[in-house]
Design a protein around this ligand. Structure first.
Ligand code: SF4
Length: 365
């Protein structure tokens, strides 16, 4: 398959890793921000092929993982109500709230539906004027354009029975929060290629300069990842602070400008709570006041729900690159993908789930 198989060529990957080995002279800690990259790194064993000087730590870029527990509880509350059709991408159905998940709500009679696009939810709203249709709008910059398009389309159609439950988070504020932490260990970043395909990478040079940390836009196939790592190591070794693009087949500096305009028309920056990390100021998007009628949190009375995370869970430290999954006493014992206790075990993109799936650590070690 063009643009996929050639980026999985083992000989090409080995050649780039050899170049990393020839380039590195001292230890470096590099964070891949995106859970998709974490998954690819662990799946292909890239971290085990690298020279020992390079330590990879895993960032918070897993949208399912960082969606706050109380928002999942709000989704469960809304989905349980009569005359509601609750729509979501499939991966959110098994994410546990405080006591149950959307599958359990569906089993108890709730009208919970998996859709492949929020525009499918708008279609359902047109077909069911006597029902309230709610779409669970979570994710990073990548899922924002279709979500805002659904609101704009519902508005154009004059629909009064469509709303979205929003928990959008943005990558640059998370990068800033990680680098500003006194405990930070990260010296270089692999930026998420798909996020930059939408947003470009013009937001990152001020961050790189402020924290004197090089960053490289990186894709998701093994060759993409090692090329991103090689560029990062080259920048670190030469002492250059810049933002480079190692994913030029998909990303430009400006990004998708029409998509960015649509996002700004419907969303505004707000403080957002990240599961496992806490509130990061101005780190996500919420609906602008003029789109209040499409805001599910305002349409349904669910504001009071508050929740507590498991005290055993160290996902917050993992998502900031301070610890690894096997540092957690619950990993693989009290916490497994079937019964996750925390953020990074709930999604296949989470670091704990990736380590568990690929048997990276013997349970009980
Ligand atoms: S293994 Fe489970 S409890 Fe431990 S950090 Fe990961 S998600 Fe949290």
């Amino acid at each position: 398959m063009k643009y996929v198989t050639e980026y999985r060529d083992a000989n090409l990957v080995k050649g780039v890793i050899d170049e990393i080995r020839r380039t590195v002279t001292r230890p470096w800690t590099i964070m891949e921000i995106c859970g998709g990259q974490t998954h690819a790194i662990v799946r292909h064993g890239i971290d085990q092929l690298l020279p020992p000087e390079i330590e990879l730590v895993h960032g918070p870029g897993c949208p399912v993982c960082v969606t706050p527990l109380e928002l999942i509880d709000k989704a469960l509350e809304i989905a349980s109500q009569p005359k509601v059709i609750f729509c979501s991408y499939g991966d959110m159905l098994r994410v546990p709230g405080s006591g149950r998940d959307l599958f359990m709500v569906k089993a108890a009679g709730g009208d919970v539906r998996v859709v492949y696009s929020p525009l499918d939810a708008v279609k359902l709203a047109r077909q069911n004027p006597d029902k309230q249709v709610v779409f669970f709008a979570i994710g990073f910059e990548t899922t924002a354009p279709p979500n805002v398009m659904s609101v704009l389309q519902a508005k154009n159609l004059g629909l009064t029975n469509y709303s979205i439950l929003v928990s959008h988070v943005c990558v640059p504020p998370a990068v800033g929060a990680i680098l500003a932490s006194p405990a930070n260990r990260v010296q270089g970043f692999l930026l998420a290629g798909h996020v930059c395909a939408v947003m470009g990478y013009h937001e990152y040079p001020p961050l790189a300069e402020k924290f004197k940390t090089p960053m490289v836009v990186t894709g998701f196939e093994p060759l993409d990842i090692v090329q991103g790592l090689l560029k990062t190591v080259q920048l670190l070794e030469s002492g250059k602070v810049e933002v480079a693009n190692a994913y030029t087949r998909a990303v430009t500096f400006e990004g998708n400008v029409p998509a960015q305009k649509a996002i700004k028309q419907v969303f505004e920056m707000i403080d957002r709570k990240w599961r496992g990390i806490g509130t990061i100021p101005q780190s996500g998007w919420g609906l602008r006041a003029e789109y209040d009628s499409f805001n599910a949190e305002k349409r349904f009375d669910v504001h009071a729900i508050q929740t507590e995370e498991s005290p055993l869970c160290i996902a917050g430290s993992i998502l900031q690159g301070l610890k690894k999954p096997h540092d957690c006493s619950a990993f693989g014992t009290k916490c497994k993908p079937e019964h996750p206790l925390g953020a990074t075990m709930v999604s296949s993109e989470g670091a704990c789930a990736a380590y568990y799936k690929y048997g990276r650590v013997t349970i009980g070690e």
